[in-house]
Design a binder for this molecule. Structure first.
Ligand code: AMP
Length: 431
């Protein structure tokens, strides 16, 4: 009988659960997506920021809020040797606000537009489209309460998502301002207290920490009670209605299709006014997939311990899901060019000089493919043919001694011998 393997021994040659290598298409599509998203974000006035992967735990316990799944169950936390409690960032908004405060960005002309991207970590149950290490692209506009900024955020995210070639819809709702939320939370709490014997134990606990989440409950008892729960729309004050109306008018003007969804609350604690989500539907329209979401978070800076309120709006797009549903060819990165030349070299003398030729080609940005470890002319020519590459550069012992290269048109099979110093100029004349 073989000795019993411990769990960690068994899985050591596999990435940890919910984490994976991105290779081939997913690698290049993620890169291509970032390039597209950054280009569009820059166009709309955003500037890039690289945020650290680790942050102080309180950034999220305060900023995202106890009582949310992210903070209660999903954070990867660690204690450093120095005794700091850090977490691997589960989201970007609270970290972006930390950066805004730390760098005194409040002294800059307001608002400040920033974007960021990279890996995020949540200890969730992995399934298709849900990973423990996943990738987001985020946008934040910090330092102004204006409704037009909610619309610019939604528009920028919408235009980025449309690059996937899929139909995108926006679901939108308002949570009202801080006053409305306070009043609504009071009403909601007293409503649930009246029904405390009819809702699940789990939701009774949630009621203490985050009553809005009870509205989102998946428990059958609570779902039944929720049918009569007070709605926030009834509590909205004049200011909040005006803000929401303006956002919708801007979206109309930008021709963005949206659907008002009063059940949309989003999991995070710091939202006020606008909340939204981008979804795409399956071909039959039966299932929807959330590709990203965001909202206004005017209350965040204060809950994180800042002395002033800092109104802000932002979003996060789920890169993993976007590249999974994108139409082929949507996100080709600039570094991936279709090769125009296949470089064939045969023998030691040629290989030793091959590096010079590769550098001539690279400096002129001629896309080149080569297999430096191969030595057989026929096999290399067949490979060039098979890959549909229009030209081959052939470089053998004779050419290496003469200081020439043979340029072969793969379609007509015509060849020309060119002096190495004239290679770049000759290539320029090719179609
Ligand atoms: P959130 O920060 O939860 O609002 O997430 C924004 C978007 O990120 C979602 O709409 C998803 O597309 C994506 N996302 C969130 N969590 C995950 C995850 N665990 N795995 C993959 N994508 C995720």
């Amino acid at each position: 009988m073989s000795p019993k393997k411990s769990k960690s021994q068994k899985n050591i040659l596999q990435a940890p659960k919910g984490m994976r290598d991105l290779l081939d298409d997913p690698f290049y599509m993620k890169q291509g997506f970032y390039e597209k998203a950054q280009e569009i974000a820059e166009y709309y006035g955003f500037s890039g920021i690289e945020l650290p992967i680790l942050e102080h735990e309180e950034i999220f316990t305060k900023g995202v809020g106890d009582g949310t799944d992210i903070v209660d169950k999903e954070m990867y936390s660690l204690k450093t040797k120095g005794g700091d409690h850090l977490v691997m960032r589960p989201e970007g908004t609270a970290a972006a606000m930390r950066a805004y405060i730390e760098h005194g960005m409040g002294a800059l002309p307001q608002p400040v537009f920033i974007y960021y991207d990279g890996p995020f970590f949540r200890h969730e149950r992995p399934q298709k489209g849900r990973y423990r290490q996943f990738y987001q692209f985020g946008l934040e506009i910090i330092g102004s309460p204006k409704a037009v900024l909610d619309a610019i955020t939604i528009q920028t995210g919408y235009q980025i998502l449309k690059e996937s070639g899929k139909d995108i819809s926006v679901k939108i709702n308002t949570l009202g301002d801080t006053e409305v939320r306070k009043e609504y939370l009071r009403e909601l709490k007293s409503f649930y207290k009246k029904h405390k014997n009819s809702i699940s134990q789990k939701d009774l606990k949630r009621l203490e920490t985050n009553p809005l989440r009870v509205l989102d409950s998946k428990e059958a008892d609570t779902i039944a009670v929720n049918e009569d729960a007070p709605t926030l729309i009834e509590t909205l004050n004049k200011e909040s209605k005006k803000h929401f109306k303006q956002v919708l008018e801007y979206l109309d003007a930008a021709h963005i299709p949206y659907e008002i969804d009063n059940t949309l609350v989003r999991g995070l604690d710091y939202y006020a006014h606008t909340v939204f989500e981008y979804v795409t539907y399956s071909e039959d329209g039966e299932t929807s997939l959330a590709l990203g979401g965001g909202g206004r978070y005017d209350g965040l800076a204060k809950v994180m311990g800042h002395t002033k309120d800092v109104p802000a709006v932002g979003l996060a797009l789920g890169v993993d899901r976007i590249i999974e549903i994108a139409k082929e060819g949507s996100f080709n990165p600039k570094i991936r060019k279709k090769p125009k030349f296949f470089f064939i070299q045969i023998g030691y003398e040629a290989k030793a000089k091959a590096f010079d030729i590769i550098e001539i080609m690279r400096k002129k940005r001629y896309p080149l493919k080569h297999s430096l470890s191969k030595n057989n002319l026929g096999k290399q020519l067949a490979k060039a043919e098979e890959s549909g590459i229009p030209y081959a550069l052939i470089f053998g012992k004779k050419e290496a001694i003469d200081g020439t290269v043979i340029v072969r048109d793969m379609r007509t099979r015509k060849q020309k011998t060119v002096d190495i110093p004239k290679l770049a100029d000759y290539i320029k004349t090719l179609k």
